[in-house]
Design a protein around this ligand. Structure first.
Ligand SMILES: [Zn+2]
Length: 313
């Protein structure tokens, strides 16, 4: 995955015909002047503007999008289309439609706020698998936002190697809210005993008292485990849950997951383990808490460190 900041710096360097080192010096000077109130990416954009460089006409890769851009141009393939939703917030009502758009660098959500664009989706003029051209979109938190000033249309270009797997960005636990997907480099500070339940082998829905909660009647349930842990990334702690194969990524075997004695022997060893956890945050209405559902666990590697450092700057 690309490194936003260095990509931006090398773009500025090429366009301004000034060395990368020089651009980085200017960025640091700008940040110092603004008492560190802007991110490195933000400072780089100011430096670019001061050097008279304008990315307005340029096409960006999705991994190069930087928060705060106002006229981003992207070409990508529609990976997914979500149902149109109605909103009514702070006296403003309307409709919104989200698309997942990917290119060979990354993928992101494109949020359509304009009725004309939403109708294009509803009429099937834009559909899954289409390569599209987006222009004049705003960038907020890595997402493309299309207003009535933005444009979206089908492109004749072919696209290969589109990244379709979910891309998680590095975030601090204290910054996340329900609905967010993110990665965090965090330490396991609490581990609870696994809980077990059974699912239907045909549909994966819960089995209770030998019956599928879906439509399969009496079935032989398959045993599944749920593990609750508490993570701490230095900013805050967060209660987290993980299921099935994901639990094995902590280095546990099936026996250690499904046998409480074997689990007990491993439990202490998990405390203090530092990994990169990726998943989504959900509101737990029952307990009035936010839970992090972990979808992936990775080792702490240099790439993740670089991303995290960027996120902190
Ligand atoms: Zn079933």
């Amino acid at each position: 995955m690309g490194d936003n900041y260095s990509q931006l710096v090398s773009r500025i360097s090429e366009a301004a015909k000034v060395s990368v080192d020089e651009i980085e010096r200017k960025v640091e000077a700008k940040r110092a002047k603004l008492s560190g109130l802007v991110s490195k990416e933000g400072a780089a954009q100011i430096v670019a503007a001061e050097l008279g460089i304008n990315f307005d006409e340029e096409r960006m890769k999705i991994s190069e999008l930087v928060h705060g851009m106002r006229k981003a141009n992207v070409i990508g393939k529609i990976i997914d289309i979500y149902p149109v939703r109605e909103y009514n917030k702070n006296g403003r009502a309307g409709r919104v439609c989200n698309l997942m758009v990917g290119d060979d660098s990354s993928n992101t959500r494109a949020v359509l706020w304009d009725e004309h664009h939403i109708v294009m989706v509803e009429q099937g003029k834009l559909s899954k698998g289409d390569v599209i051209e987006i222009s004049n979109a705003g960038v907020r938190n890595g997402e493309l936002h299309l207003s009535s000033f933005s444009d979206i249309k089908k492109s004749k270009e072919k696209m290969d190697n589109v990244i379709e797997a979910k891309v998680y960005s590095m975030r601090k636990i204290s910054d996340v809210k329900p609905g967010d997907s993110f990665s965090s480099r965090a330490v396991i500070v609490q581990v609870f005993e696994p809980r077990y339940f059974e699912v239907c082998p045909q549909c994966g829905k819960k089995v209770s008292e030998g019956k599928c909660s879906g439509e399969h009647g009496e079935v032989e349930g398959v045993k599944r485990a749920l593990l609750s842990i508490v993570l701490d990334d230095g900013s805050e702690t967060m209660r987290s849950v993980m299921f099935g194969e994901t639990i094995k990524k902590l280095g546990l075997t099936d026996d250690e997951i499904f046998n409480l004695d074997a689990f007990g022997e491993k439990k202490l060893g998990l405390l203090g383990e530092e990994r990169v956890f990726s998943g989504n945050v959900r509101e737990n209405k029952l307990y009035n808490t936010t839970d992090f559902t972990i979808q992936d666990v990775g080792d702490v590697d240099v790439g993740a460190l670089v991303k995290e450092l960027e996120g902190k700057s």
